[in-house]
Design a binder for this molecule. Sequence first.
Ligand SMILES: *[C@@H]1O[C@H](CO)[C@@H](O)[C@H](O)[C@H]1NC(C)=O
Ligand SMILES: *[C@@H]1O[C@H](CO)[C@@H](O)[C@H](O)[C@H]1NC(C)=O
Ligand SMILES: *[C@@H]1O[C@H](CO)[C@@H](O)[C@H](O)[C@H]1NC(C)=O
Ligand SMILES: *[C@@H]1O[C@H](CO)[C@@H](O)[C@H](O)[C@H]1NC(C)=O
Ligand SMILES: *[C@@H]1O[C@H](CO)[C@@H](O)[C@H](O)[C@H]1NC(C)=O
Ligand SMILES: *[C@@H]1O[C@H](CO)[C@@H](O)[C@H](O)[C@H]1NC(C)=O
Ligand SMILES: *[C@@H]1O[C@H](CO)[C@@H](O)[C@H](O)[C@H]1NC(C)=O
Length: 688
Amino acid sequence: MGQVQLQLKFKVAALLFFSTLAFKSSAPYTSPDPYYLLNCGSSAPSTEDNRDFLPNTQFALSTGKHISVGEATSPTLYAAARVFTDASFYEFDINCTKTHTVRLHFLPLTDKYDLSTAVFNVSANYQFNLLNNFSATDPTTPVKKEYLIHVAAKKKRICFTPIRGLAFVSAIEVFSIPDDIIWSSEWELNFSASNQTLETLYRINVGGSPVTPSKDTMWRTWIPDDNFLASGDTSNRTTTTNPINYDPEVLTEEIAPDSVYDTCRSMASPNSNITWEFEASGHATHLLRLHFCDITSSTLDELSFNVYINDEIAFEDLKPGSLVHRFASPFLKDYTADSGPLSSRGKWLIRVSIGPPTHISWSMNGILNGLEIFKLRRGFQGFPEFETEIHVLSGIRHRHLVSLIGYCQEHSEMILVYEFMSKDTLRDHLHNSDLSWKQRLEICIGSARGLHYLHSSLARPILHRDVKSSNILLDDGFTGKVSDFGLSQVVGPSMSETYVSTGVKGSFGYFDPEYVRTRQLTTKSNVYSFGVVLLEALCARPVIVMDLLSEEINLADWAMSWHKQGLLGRTIDPSLVGEIKPNSLRMFGQIAEKCLEEYGADRPTMGDVVWNLEYAFQLQETEMAREPYEDSITTCATELPLPVIGRWPSISSVVTSHRDDDSAVARDTESESTASQVFSQFMTSEGR
Ligand SMILES: *[C@@H]1O[C@H](CO)[C@@H](O)[C@H](O)[C@H]1NC(C)=O
Ligand SMILES: *[C@@H]1O[C@H](CO)[C@@H](O)[C@H](O)[C@H]1NC(C)=O
Ligand SMILES: *[C@@H]1O[C@H](CO)[C@@H](O)[C@H](O)[C@H]1NC(C)=O
Ligand SMILES: *[C@@H]1O[C@H](CO)[C@@H](O)[C@H](O)[C@H]1NC(C)=O
Ligand SMILES: *[C@@H]1O[C@H](CO)[C@@H](O)[C@H](O)[C@H]1NC(C)=O
Ligand SMILES: *[C@@H]1O[C@H](CO)[C@@H](O)[C@H](O)[C@H]1NC(C)=O
Ligand SMILES: *[C@@H]1O[C@H](CO)[C@@H](O)[C@H](O)[C@H]1NC(C)=O
């Protein structure tokens, strides 16, 4: 590695000397450190735009399977490519305090493999998606993608993940850029430079000709604006051969080269706008950088104009003469915009216009010299943060929580290793109806204790994101243990509120309605979902059965409507018939009802739930003589008043489940005599 860098520095130095002679006007950025140019898949260096791309054999490459295709010994940059059959990454040592340009080059060769059919993802440090579901389909034209990345990590990994078979890359550039080049401006106020990625969408030399990397101070490519002018454009082009006067207080040559500032467009007449249109993504934030340099005027106060982005004023009465103090002195304006109108081709557009000023009645002109459009991509939660969470989670040991014993990182995947649970999930057993009521109660009590522990016994409460019967695992002795809280969000200490604001995550049928409304996950959201689990344990019915009547689709609605009529007995798993003591059932129904209250504030805590379930267990266990106070719950359960329960009905319903799949059906089957008989028996022996 060291040897390679040494070699690179020598090459850069040689290039600088050469460039200085060849291109007087562009003074290249002199100290990119590091400065990596890779000719991927090749064993020979390649010179492109006066820069040497080195064979990548010496660069750190992950152990994923990779092969090189094409003419590996050709000095042409795109003659060879690196092909990945599995998730793989290149790793670069970088100075983590800097912003880096990453450029990826793709030319789909078609000789050995047809790379034009490859579809893949590319990410940086697993934090930033650079390309999603990407394919390069034209074997004659290389696709180049550029990103400006700030990642707080000492190593930059460019990760390739095949979606359909293969991923590939032809060349990679990674180099640091001056800190002030992109984040110096107003953008910084609105977007922290850290953990952000900008994808370059357009880099336009207005009124000019193409600028190739060898003629740009940062090896950028600028293209002419002709294809982006709105139809009917009448603007005038201006080109100057006079020197451009950079005011280092305003901007430097590294921001854009002379060849961008020495051409511009101006309005042909004082009453006509110049408009450019660019296709962009919907639902994205774009950063626009507009470059100006007055090369058209004879005095400093001849220009004053409005700049419109998406038909709205972005800058009003912009006067170059008040911003710079010399002729031909460049300045820039940054602006943030979402996508604008839809084009006639159904694409989202960003529309940029230069027009006459608002507050000046005499005729003034307006100009634009250059335009860059970036798409802001925010990083997703990176592994470093994830690791902190894993660390917290792996320290948690509780009889009713599945222990996280370790984790490992494989390419772009984090693999979590949990304690082995021999008896699968509660859901599987409910499917098979092979648990007794007592076992079910014990499992419910156990998992309630596990959740109670997560909510209240740790330095910071942990909210489960997905409480459901398939996340309750059973060990050899059928002890219920809550699993999958690895994806829980740890509630930060800085948050005074006890909720986490998130996009809605979880499983259908278990959603707390308050969470869905407010997007605020609370401990009471877990209580709601747990209420659904209680009903599953009782009814052994899937939480959602789509082919039922609308009021029966959802387990919670269905069971609660029976419960409210005092007929919860109609909903129970047929295999439990005759087994549940009425008092235990009633207590259990009331707990579920309280858990499923519309508002979190009305629901019990998991601690209350544990206590009350234990009481329901006692009611089941002890053949208690009916005593007056039996029906009233004391201490922490005072919020659960017992209604006077109605007589058991003389008719009944039965639950029939097609237990081999999720589409079980529940039907009112008064006419089924067997079911009625079963229920009658239940009612006679247990009812009162
Ligand atoms: C990283 O860059 C910063 C700012 O340019 C510099 O002060 C620091 O010395 C650099 N660190 C290394 C290890 O090169
Ligand atoms: C990925 O792209 C293919 C076509 O290239 C498309 O059929 C598919 O729907 C895309 N997938 C996603 C998740 O966008
Ligand atoms: C590709 O990226 C998309 C978006 O981030 C993600 O949903 C998908 O799972 C990724 N595919 C692979 C194979 O990593
Ligand atoms: C950027 O991400 C790192 C690791 O994920 C984190 O430690 C750091 O606080 C983040 N910085 C900002 C400014 O968000
Ligand atoms: C634009 O160009 C036309 C044709 O060369 C010229 O007549 C007109 O005066 C120019 N307009 C401005 C504002 O310079
Ligand atoms: C220029 O464009 C803006 C935004 O679309 C519009 O409001 C304004 O009226 C236009 N001015 C002229 C002179 O056409
Ligand atoms: C930053 O945000 C402020 C307030 O929302 C806005 O007025 C300003 O235009 C933004 N700056 C940029 C560069 O987008």
